[in-house]
Design a protein around this ligand. Structure first.
Ligand code: SF4
Ligand code: SF4
Length: 418
């Protein structure tokens, strides 16, 4: 095992390979608060990449209802139980400096080999049963009720900050991790991380279908295809990211799932990576940098697993905090505070979600007048009708939107037309 730096854990960790980082990294932010569970993203992916024989159960993008749903069923609970068994009571975060917490527990790499009869040598994991892959959207819209009962409704109604009856949608694709468990586990070296954008791919010619990646990935995003006897996974729509989609005009485009999102919850980017530290290079003009690094309102999914996932989630504001702490780590309270009373910049950047299919590399804000003032959690929130402008990789303007959405009144002659 080599020692590598995992900035999400606030410490070094063990990983089977030496530290090596791409020049840029495929990354994304999902705003769970906005998702309506329509599965348009799921079908956009399915109809593009996994419609063939042997791929019937493959959902590279899925949206599950938490806390009961999951695809494969119980993927997260099972891995959490395994690391807890390897390190009973030790999976904790501690203070480390001003706002950086340090993970004191064990990652799935460090816990490998410590649970009898489970997992493998390099990564602690498990192979889901066929039954667990059968229901991609089991327990859809099923709420957790008072006293932990499923489907029961709390009679007192709902009040923020935490609801007693709750569920939320969790959108999931491959995280194109910085330290992928799938790469670590593959005995054929068939999985690789592209140096140009950090997208993780399975070489179909090298894969022999041993399913070590399926077993190792804590997010269970590689899937086995019986007709080819190989494993397949989300490919980050790399032809679009490379600007090869005919619609893109040669510019990097967002993936199909991001582009199709009806709820405007998704924003994808390519962020510059520091070759020495593996951390994001400072880029104050990048909308993703602002959300993830400046405001820290978007957090990685189960960072404690140690793969340094590159998907970031704005946590659902109404969900009991202990559940969210386990899922997104110790930054949850600050993230929700910053989301419910957003800064002027954050408010503007949130308008950029899903206004163009092209990847927005830079943004700029032109200040507008104050249009609203209210109080949130005892503090003043002012809203300004700023204009936010998005730019492509070459610095060309590709979108321009205002914080206050304009009204368009349809003329009478069109009133009954669609
Ligand atoms: S999410 Fe899983 S499949 Fe995707 S890169 Fe990470 S470990 Fe590999
Ligand atoms: S398309 Fe967007 S809003 Fe609809 S389920 Fe997917 S992530 Fe949620």
């Amino acid at each position: 095992m080599a020692t590598v730096r995992n900035w999400q854990l606030g410490r070094d960790m063990e990983y089977p390979y030496e530290e090596h980082h791409p020049a840029r990294q495929f990354a994304f932010v999902f705003n769970t608060n906005r998702c309506i569970g329509c599965q348009t993203c799921t079908m956009a992916c399915k109809s593009t990449w996994s419609l063939s024989r042997g791929q019937e159960f493959m959902w590279w993008n899925n949206v599950e209802t938490k806390p009961y749903g999951g695809y494969p069923h119980n993927w997260d609970l099972k891995t959490l139980a395994l690391v807890e068994e390897a390190n009973p009571g030790g999976q904790r975060w501690s203070e480390n400096g001003e706002d950086q917490k340090k993970f004191e527990g064990q990652t799935i790499f460090e816990a490998a080999g410590k649970v009898a009869g489970q997992g493998q040598e390099r990564v602690l994991g498990y192979l889901p049963t066929d039954d667990e892959w059968r229901y991609p959207n089991i327990y859809e819209d099923t709420a957790k009720g008072p006293k932990g009962r499923r489907d029961a409704i709390d009679g007192e109604g709902a009040t923020l900050p935490e609801h007693k009856t709750w569920f939320f949608y969790l959108q999931r694709i491959c995280n194109h991790c910085s330290y992928p468990a799938c790469v670590a586990a593959c005995p054929r070296n068939a999985i690789y991380k592209r140096p140009e954008d950090g997208i993780v791919l399975i070489d179909q010619k090298r894969c022999r279908g041993y399913r070590k990646c399926v077993e190792a990935c804590p997010y269970k995003k590689p899937m086995y295809r019986s007709t080819t006897r190989t494993s397949e996974k989300c490919i980050g729509c790399y032809p679009r990211v490379e600007g090869k989609d005919p619609l893109s005009g040669g510019q990097p485009m967002e993936t199909r799932c991001m582009s199709a999102c009806v709820g405007k919850i998704r924003m994808q980017g390519l962020v510059d990576i520091d070759a020495n530290t593996g951390d994001w290079k400072e880029d104050q003009e990048s909308p993703l940098y602002h959300l993830v690094k400046n405001e820290k309102i978007a957090l990685p999914l189960y960072p404690q697993f140690g793969t340094e996932p590159n998907g970031y989630y704005i946590p659902p504001r109404w969900v009991p905090r202990p559940y969210l702490h386990q899922m997104f780590g110790p930054g949850v309270d600050a993230a929700i505070d910053n989301y419910v009373r957003p800064s002027r910049k954050t408010m503007a950047i949130l308008q950029l979600f899903r206004v163009t299919q092209q990847i927005i590399f830079k943004y700029k804000i032109e200040e507008g007048p104050k249009i609203f003032e209210t109080e949130v959690n005892g503090e003043t929130l002012e809203i300004f009708d700023d204009t936010v402008i998005g730019f492509d990789e070459d610095g060309n303007e590709i979108t321009r939107v205002t914080v206050e959405e304009p009204f368009h009144i349809r003329e009478g002659i069109y009133a009954n037309s669609i």
